[in-house]
Design a binder for this molecule. Sequence first.
Ligand code: NAI
Ligand code: 15L
Length: 280
Amino acid sequence: MTDSNSDRTAAQKPFRRLLLTGAAGNLGTQLRGAVAAWADVVRVTDIAPLGEVAEHEEASIVDLADEAAVHALLEDVDAVIHLGGISVEAPFEDLLEANIRGLYNLYSAAQKQGVKRVVYASSNHAVGFHPVTEVVDIDAPLRPDSLYGVTKCFGESLSRYYFDRFGLETVCLRIGSSFEQPKNPRMLVTYLSFRDFIELVRCSLFTNRVGHAIVYGVSDNRTKWVDNTKAAFLGFRPQDSSVQFEHLFPVAAPTADLDDPTQRFQGGAFVLAGPMEPKR
Ligand code: NAI
Ligand code: 15L
């Protein structure tokens, strides 16, 4: 629990009000149920329709690029789980609005409103140009594999600045592939189950004094390209593994074709995806 909430009584939920961005998306939908136990009020937001709104939820349709709307969104918020934004490679102009301007709006408003902590959905694509023959830890050099990955590096740097300058804490989650199940052989390595994702967010929200932290979001898969040893203080212990899905990709050769960039680098197909032309 963050310091600002440590005076809440045992009968109360740990947070008064949490903000969940990207609440209509793949991971936001998964988190909405779990977050209910963590806060009296969960402010859910997205640019897309949010579906049925529960009693403990406040729903708000907001474009993250809209500065005034984002500042209003952050009012009376204790902590933020930031999943909103473009989640794949896209034309630069689109990424600029959602992932760069949107993120700046969020941090600027969070700082102004005295928010104590943000859990930020970064991505494995911040380091996707590391080869699959390497195991990267949280101090590995940034090697974005796409403009999308570059926006995640921006998010990691912006959050670092807001911690060093203002003490606003962030845990950057370098999420692997969090879906119902892996969609290709690469995702057997990068798979993060929904249950492990929720636990990772819980650890990131409730561990005391995280400062500015980075952690990889992967389940306990048989093969790993990432090493969370230096993030052990977060207490994240994945319960699941992609082993149960290995039968889906029986031809997944143990040796990658290193002449194929999509197999040679950890980011897979993202390494060839961009830059993309704007849609006319
Ligand atoms: P998603 O694409 O399903 O959800 C993102 C949500 O953000 C969508 O509901 C979308 O409407 C919303 N959004 C997009 N632009 C917006 C804007 N300008 N203003 C407000 N909302 C906007 O993605 P998913 O899978 O739920 O991922 C959540 C976050 O985690 C994303 O930031 C993604 O980059 C990150 N991530 C996800 C991974 C995964 O495997 N699911 C892997 C690595 C990172
Ligand atoms: C991501 O960052 C994306 O948001 C998600 O859609 C997947 O493509 C994932 O990475 C991945 O690397 O599999």
